[in-house]
Design a binder for this molecule. Structure first.
Ligand code: ADP
Ligand code: MG
Length: 237
């Protein structure tokens, strides 16, 4: 059974529809990317899954449970962690306190949360070194690690990542690539949205192209990397 099923989903801001009849599935263990230009609707798609924008029709189900019936604050309890566009770390809090926030809904299981924190520090040793440092003093790449680490503290069944490479230098994008591969290999089902098509298609197994709020193309990453339309419109080659 698919972990996530999105069927005929429409979403709108103030009555103006920006996602039009989106349908796709994410299987347990998949790494799926959604690529598309600025304003294509990528962030809106992730926000729709997290219950942060009004869904006007269609269905979103996680392991058969209808997510449309849940308020946004219940979504993390269902095992969905969302790394928002722009990271949104708390600059005046330490790295470690930022990470603990991501486990808030699991706070009653302190021992397991502590194990997850150690796993996040293994994944991102630089955060371990800087655990007491204020998050606002970190570089952009390190703040992105905090944002991803915070999401992992929720022990997600499904990780939603919104443009994690945005604003990062090429060397840091390579580090991010490696981190995403390791996180996925550790068993986290991942849905990544990216404008960096090269990155997205190099980490994900499958991808969808979103254009003006519609899914216009889909396939395995290696097929899309060789697709003339993708190469011209999204890879510039
Ligand atoms: N809070 C909002 N209120 C109204 N319109 C919005 C809002 N956020 C995004 N939009 C519009 O929705 C469309 C999709 O935006 P978005 O999902 O942010 O695209 P992407 O993440 O692909 O750049 C755009 O036309 C954008 O202007
Ligand atoms: Mg966006």
């Amino acid at each position: 059974m698919s972990l996530l099923v999105i069927d005929n989903l429409c979403a709108a801001y103030d009555g103006s529809e920006v996602l039009h009849h989106i349908s796709f599935d994410v299987a347990q263990g998949d790494f799926v990317a959604v690529i598309g230009a600025n304003t294509a609707g990528k962030s809106t798609l992730l926000r729709a899954i997290s219950g942060l924008v009004p869904r006007t029709s269609g269905r979103i189900a996680l392991e058969g449970e209808n997510l449309l019936a849940l308020p946004a604050h219940q979504i993390p309890f269902r095992g969905i962690s969302h790394v928002p566009e722009g990271r949104h770390v708390f600059p005046a809090m330490s790295v470690e306190d930022n990470l603990w926030l991501g486990g808030y809904h699991r706070r009653h299981d302190k021992a397991d949360l502590q194990r997850t924190l150690e796993a996040v520090f293994m994944q991102f040793p630089r955060l371990a070194e800087r655990r007491r440092q204020l998050a606002g003093t970190l570089s952009g790449g390190e703040q992105q690690m905090v944002a991803i680490g915070r999401a992992l503290m929720g022990k997600p069944r499904l990780l939603l990542l919104d443009e994690p490479s945005h604003g990062l230098a090429p060397k840091i994008v390579q580090e991010l690539h490696d981190a995403l591969v390791t996180i996925h290999r550790s068993g986290v089902t991942t849905l990544l949205v990216e404008q960096n098509t090269q990155l997205a298609l190099s980490v994900a197994q499958r991808a969808f192209v979103l254009q003006n709020g519609e899914m216009v193309l889909s396939g395995r990453s290696e097929e899309l990397l060789n697709d003339a339309r993708i190469r011209e419109a999204y890879l510039g080659i």
